[in-house]
Design a protein around this ligand. Structure first.
Ligand code: 5GP
Length: 198
């Protein structure tokens, strides 16, 4: 499940809310990316991201460790391949919080992935959210804001779009998309039923 949005769109909060203990037991998980960006207060290595330096990142990229990797804003971000392969082989749901370029690359490599774009209710609201977060300098904010506008122009390339004006409503809509997808016949585990019918 590829969940993309401009910075400040709210995808991190949505992913966090979706991963309740019950769903984790049912095999839902979050894809933890690698990044060269510095850790923000409250973030933990191995929970939000694996924080690595440029050299470590370059090594991993060379070893084909990433399913996709891009420079986003000012830093490098990459999705490790192995957890995706594991879900493909063993089933479950994996949530990926990536930028628009990463989403498009992943969809090419994994066509069975579902792409969801989270939209802020307005450009004004997005600007406010970015500023309120207080984690970026003015220059960093400018980069994120400009990139956000460019990314939003591409939302129609995604299969689904959800407006995040009220967090609990957006979470419900994303959950509904994921659950509907798992009920599609091609994703339905019918082995047990087919055995009884034969
Ligand atoms: P942040 O630094 O605010 O956590 O994330 C910045 C941007 O990088 C967000 O748009 C986020 O979705 C994106 N991002 C996080 N991990 C990855 C990744 O592994 N690959 C790509 N392409 N983008 C990522």
């Amino acid at each position: 499940m590829i969940i993309s949005s401009p910075s400040g769109g709210g995808k991190t909060s949505i992913c966090r809310r979706l991963l309740t203990p019950l769903r984790k037991r049912r095999g839902w998980r979050f894809s933890i990316s690698y990044t060269t960006r510095a850790r923000r207060p409250g973030e933990r290595n191995g929970r939000e991201y694996y924080f690595v330096d440029e050299q470590q990142f370059a090594h991993l990229a060379k070893d084909d460790f990433f399913a996709e990797q891009f420079k986003v804003h000012l830093y490098r971000y990459g999705t490790p391949r192995q957890p995706l392969e594991q879900v493909l082989n063993k089933g479950g749901v994996i949530l990926l919080d990536v930028d628009v370029k990463g989403a498009q690359r992943l969809k090419k490599v994994y066509p069975q992935a579902v792409t969801i774009f989270i939209l802020p209710p307005s450009i004004k609201a997005l600007r406010q959210r970015l500023r309120q977060r207080g984690t970026e300098t003015k220059a960093q904010l400018r980069v994120r804001y400009d990139n956000a506008r460019e990314e939003m122009k591409l939302f129609q390339r995604f299969e689904y779009a959800v407006v995040n004006d009220e967090l609990s409503k957006a979470v419900r809509q994303v959950r509904t998309i994921i659950e509907a997808h798992s009920c599609r016949t091609e994703n339905f585990n019918a082995e047990h039923l087919l055995k009884q019918l034969s």
